[in-house]
Design a protein around this ligand. Structure first.
Ligand code: GTB
Length: 219
């Protein structure tokens, strides 16, 4: 069975590659693997068939069969990327300590950077008319600025966060891309260059083009 990834039938990001199937598509490209993509409408996300895959009614999900034909269903983009990375030296180093550090960066991207960065976008889209809008946005941007300064300090002049490119960098860049074009990212030239370096990878470009083609076909 070819693995199946679910993605938005019509992504609200209009093909910018910000939906969370993008990180799975990119990981697959880095690993030299393919999958089938099943597109899901917003209504179908909350229907029983999709809820059986994703308890929260979200994309992405992942279905595959192992060598014994047992079916594996995964949800949560971090778990899916880690699952793919575990079988690919292009995404996780063989050395156990380096591997554990790369996984730390993957979790840092998801748990420490992504919440305020994602919330900033959601507040700007959904809460602009609320009386708390300015204060909430300022608080989120202060948190993001602090985290970016800390991340930039650790990256220094290196190309990647810990040695070779890894799933940790992949996840971090998918999160930082939400800040492309913002003052928050531009203030850290090394981080902006880090994102651009990752976006120039052939695997990223192929994954980006594939998700973009979905949006263009639906437009
Ligand atoms: N923690 C989960 C993961 O990492 O997999 C979060 C998954 C998630 O938030 N999925 C979103 C979803 O299915 C799509 S990617 N949302 C539907 C729902 O919850 O009902 C997030 C996203 C949201 C909005 C935009 N946008 O507006 O551009 C882009 C991406």
């Amino acid at each position: 069975m070819t693995p199946i990834l679910t993605a938005f039938e019509r992504s609200p990001d209009r093909g910018q590659g910000l939906a969370r199937d993008m990180r799975v598509r990119w990981a697959l490209e880095e690993a030299g693997r393919t999958c089938d993509v099943r597109l899901v409408s917003f209504d179908a996300l909350k229907a029983p068939a999709h809820l059986a895959l994703s308890p929260f009614g979200q994309i992405p999900t992942w279905e595959e069969a192992d060598a014994d034909g047992r079916r594996l269903v995964l949800f949560e983009s971090g778990a899916i990327v880690l699952h793919i990375a575990e079988t690919s030296p292009a995404l996780l180093p063989a050395d156990p300590n380096a591997r554990a550090r790369a996984i730390s960066w993957l979790f840092a991207a998801l748990n420490t950077l992504e919440p305020p960065i994602f919330d900033r976008d959601m507040v700007r889209i959904l809460e602009r008319d609320q009386p708390w809008f300015e204060a909430r946005l300022a608080a989120l941007e202060e948190t993001i600025a602090r985290r970016l300064a800390q991340l930039a300090a650790r990256l220094g002049q290196a190309d990647w966060l810990d040695g070779d490119f890894s799933a940790g960098d992949l996840m971090m860049v998918t999160v930082l891309r939400r800040l492309n074009g913002s003052r928050l990212l531009a203030e850290h030239k090394t981080l902006a260059a880090y994102v651009a370096r990752a976006e120039a990878r052939p695997a990223f470009r192929r994954a980006f083009a594939a998700q973009r083609a979905v949006f263009d076909a639906a437009d």
